[in-house]
Design a protein around this ligand. Structure first.
Ligand code: DGY
Length: 332
């Protein structure tokens, strides 16, 4: 059986797969992302694929696969995969939930702090040799202690950000989520509110929901206009949740004070207007980039692959749960 790993990942997962080297052959690509034709060619005869975020595993790519049993994505998000199509063909989709919770929440805090305390801008200032004397009125930002944090999405990542904000900064926590989370609410003193209430009352709005048809473009002109003029927007979830053109207007016209962005509407393209702005902090989709998270993600994709190819059962971190009842044996 053959497994295609489309990019370089930590060794941990490869070591798990190597235990089965008599039965599993690894096609390990370590260069830049594969183009669509390369991906279609590479997927043709493999039993499992381990794609990463930029690999678009759409119907066209799935169509080229002749033996595929599992798409074990090296990510928690799976909006780059046509899950419906995979399910219709009896192909499992597995992901890596849970282990990047702290990493992503910590990165959201980092973006918030960088924005408020202007550390990226101050760093650029120092490197440009502009630090000539101490300036009482330069690089002033808000203190975060006691402010209000509004979380859009209150799953594992949102709740971990709330924990840091509540216990580290004594912040008030508001959240907007279609699903109530009563236990976390009482632990973190969090309040479930509607989106308008959250936008109008938060000093920091941070996005932690999945990209779906409903959440696409959820933060546009109307929503940004409802935010406080001194508020910051943080997005470490998925770019298309925010309408980037509206965000650029919001920042230019000072409807809000700044934005911390790890994800972009048309990744890896970044709107050139955002690049020019000092009240914007940018990072290249690195919120999960801690050694701990990335090593564990590598193990999890390998475990997903082994579950299906070797143990003939659904992957332990299964996305398309409808397939769980069917045995893998019936697919092969
Ligand atoms: C994910 O896993 O979905 C992140 O965006 C990248 O690690």
């Amino acid at each position: 059986m053959k497994v295609l790993i489309t990019r370089e990942i930590p060794q941990a997962g490869l070591k798990v797969l190597e235990i089965y080297k008599d039965r599993i052959e690894i096609d390990y690509r370590q260069g830049p992302p594969l183009s669509k034709p390369e991906l279609k060619k590479a997927i043709k005869e493999v039993d499992a694929i381990v794609p990463v975020i930029p690999d678009e595993i759409d119907k066209d790519v799935i169509d080229s696969a002749e033996k595929l049993k599992i798409i074990a994505t090296y990510s928690v998000g799976y909006d780059h995969i046509d899950v419906k199509e995979a399910t219709a063909r009896g192909i499992f989709v597995g992901n890596t939930p849970g282990n990047l919770t702290e990493a992503v929440a910590e990165h959201s805090v980092a973006l918030m702090m960088t924005l408020g305390r202007k550390t990226a801008e101050a760093d650029r200032f120092c490197r440009a040799g502009k630090f000539k004397y101490w300036e009482p009125m330069k690089f002033i930002g808000p203190k975060f202690m006691g402010k209000t944090l509004g979380l859009i999405g209150f799953g594992r990542i949102g709740q971990h950000f709330a924990r840091i904000a509540r216990y580290g900064f004594n912040m008030r926590i508001l959240y907007f989520d279609p699903i109530p989370h009563p236990e976390a609410e009482s632990l973190l003193d969090a309040e479930r509110v509607d989106l308008d209430t959250l936008l109008g009352n938060s000093d920091i709005v941070s996005i932690h929901c999945n990209l779906t048809e409903e959440s696409k473009g959820m933060i546009g002109e109307q929503e940004l206009k409802k935010m406080k003029p001194l508020a910051y927007l943080i997005n470490t979830a998925r770019g298309p949740i925010v309408n980037e053109e509206s965000l650029v207007n919001a920042l230019k016209e000072e409807w809000i004070a700044g934005a911390g962005l790890d994800v972009f509407e048309e990744e890896p393209k970044i709107n050139p207007e955002l690049i020019k702005m000092d009240n914007v902090v940018l990072s290249p989709h690195i919120a999960s980039a801690t050694w701990e998270a990335r090593i564990q993600m590598s193990r999890m994709v390998a475990e997903n692959v082994v579950d299906v190819l070797i143990n003939n059962k659904p992957p332990r971190y299964l996305v398309n749960k409808d397939l769980a009842q069917n045995s893998v044996t019936s697919l092969s």
